[in-house]
Design a protein around this ligand. Structure first.
Ligand code: NAD
Length: 485
């Protein structure tokens, strides 16, 4: 085993879990056993929540200016430890080192946003009646929980930790049991940056721990990022326990390519979007709607896809089960009459025979009723669906139940606007295949890609992580001018 057994992180210390149920943490790059991760019990969660509750008493009363000082130092530590952190993400998740590094860079950007929060959370003040003023102040909620998926072991925890904590909350983080190592390093670096004990606690576990979090009376709010199936369960369970919940789910992102689109720019963007992080991004292009004749672009996409070499500039998928699932989708589409233009099945990387690789795959003549067109595949696969015109393309995009991202590729601004207004997704790209809104803009989709109000990052996250107090004050007796004076 390359690393020691993973522990929980409670009250500033690595602690043994009460349970003796463990899972293996295996690198999907080559099958190396990295560690084991404990499946915590309700008792472990109780200890973590008590520690977070205790820490909240002091942390919530510390000024935000002071709180963000820790994130300035954390930001420096992320930068200083960039290579080590990137390698850890790569090992446990399987993405390429460049992709892992980009994830740490994004974590830095998220932390920088948290450092700017004092500039954004100054409340409002107004004399609402003669001698009477109203002011608003943002208050932290209390102990909050963040449940995260496997695909971004550093970035997604950093979607929630800096903002929620800088705003005065204390947190229970439940990492993905598949990639628990980066989360622990985040906790260690925050401790090094001066985060007081108990402000961030990590409780490892799986379904049982997620359910315990949703039920725990000491937790005020739950954020979740993962598949739609689980997002729905978490949203329903935690809100039925009267918690504030924001649950981000899966995706099926459609890129609409018009005949006037720039050929090489479109082809490189589509290919990068579908294959980056081996297609395991909630913002990945999964379906390309080819409007009219875009054959030259499809040809170029195939050329670009063939430049992507598994084990070199394409990482692994997360598990054997994921590889099998993705390959089954491709085979099923083929059986149903779709044409495989570039085939990533049966990929084996020399020297990494125990790794799980799927090559980039381009499938043409997919029809909307095929499962590759309807379901989230979460692999480096693009399904091309043909549409006669823009309205038909929009109907295909609108019919999918998800709504994370959509994109249009065209040189016609008016047509782009027409599509922006009609696409049913929360994040839209124009000639951009991965339209992640960068800070201070907020990340979050629509429809079955998000349950709850607000977004998880950027300015919209402030509402989620705080509660607003409205104070009305009068100090001096003034002429009675209306009912309030
Ligand atoms: P997942 O839903 O399987 O797991 C997410 C979390 O839920 C993990 O911490 C896991 O331990 C827990 N979990 C798993 N099954 C559970 C169950 N039955 N009951 C309670 N908890 C359970 O997701 P994943 O496979 O880790 O991640 C991939 C998914 O996440 C994809 O669907 C992807 O689109 C989505 N995702 C969405 C976003 C977004 O912003 N919308 C971002 C990243 C990933």
């Amino acid at each position: 085993m390359k690393y020691p057994q993973t522990k929980n992180f409670i009250n500033g210390k690595l602690v043994e879990c009460i349970s003796n149920r463990f899972l293996n943490v295996v690198s999907p790059l080559d099958g190396t056993l990295l560690s084991t991760v404990p499946m915590s019990t309700k008792e472990d969660l109780n200890i973590a929540v008590s520690s977070a509750k205790k820490a909240f008493e002091t942390w919530s009363k510390t000024s935000i200016k002071e709180r963000v000082q820790i994130f300035y130092r954390y930001r420096t530590l992320l930068e200083k430890n960039m290579l080590e952190l990137s390698k850890l993400v790569q090992e446990e998740n399987g993405k390429t080192l460049d992709e892992a590094r980009a994830e740490i860079e994004k974590s830095i950007e998220l932390t920088e946003f948290a450092c700017s929060l004092p500039q954004l959370v100054g409340g409002e003040i107004l004399e609402v009646s003669k001698g009477v003023e109203c002011r608003t102040d943002y208050y932290p909620i209390g102990v909050v929980a963040s449940i995260v998926p496997f695909n971004f072991p550093s970035m997604v925890p950093n979607w929630t930790i800096p903002n929620a904590i800088a705003l005065g909350n204390t947190m229970i983080l439940k990492p993905s049991e598949i990639v628990p190592l980066s989360s622990l390093r985040i906790a260690e670096l925050l401790k090094e940056a001066g985060l007081p004990d108990g402000v961030l606690n990590i409780v490892n576990g799986d379904k049982e721990m997620v359910e315990a979090i949703c039920d725990h009376p000491g937790i005020e709010a739950v954020s979740f990022v993962g598949s739609t199936k689980v997002a729905k369960l978490v949203y329903a369970r935690a809100s039925s326990n009267f918690k504030r919940v924001l649950a981000l789910g899966g995706a099926k992102n459609h890129l609409m390519v018009l005949p006037d689109a720039h050929v090489t720019m479109t082809a490189t963007n589509v290919t990068a979007s579908m294959s980056g992080c081996a297609g395991q991004r909630c913002m990945a292009a999964s379906a390309m709607v080819a409007v009219g004749n875009v054959d030259s672009i499809i040809e170029q996409i195939c050329i670009e896809a063939k430049k992507i070499i598994p084990g070199e500039n394409l990482g692994s998928v997360i598990s054997k089960a994921a590889k099998e699932r993705i390959e089954n989708y491709i085979s099923e589409a083929e059986k149903q009459g779709a044409k495989i233009l570039v085939d990533g099945r049966n990929t084996i990387v020399k020297g990494k025979e125990n790794g799980y690789y799927v090559g980039p795959t381009v499938i043409d003549f997919v029809t909307p009723e095929m499962s590759v067109a309807k379901e989230e595949i979460f692999g480096p696969v693009i399904s091309i669906i043909r549409a006669a015109n823009v309205d038909e393309a929009l109907a295909i995009e609108n019919a999918n139940p998800y709504g994370n991202a959509a994109a249009v590729f065209t040189q016609d601004g008016g047509m782009a606007r027409y599509i922006i207004e009609r696409a049913s997704a929360g994040m839209i790209g124009v000639n951009i295949g991965v339209p992640v809104p960068r800070e201070p803009f907020s990340f979050g989709g629509w429809n079955d890609s998000k349950f709850g109000v607000g977004d998880l990052t950027g300015k919209s996250s402030i509402e989620f992580w705080t509660k607003l107090k409205k104070t009305t004050t009068k100090w001096n007796a003034e002429a009675k001018t209306n009912w309030m004076s």
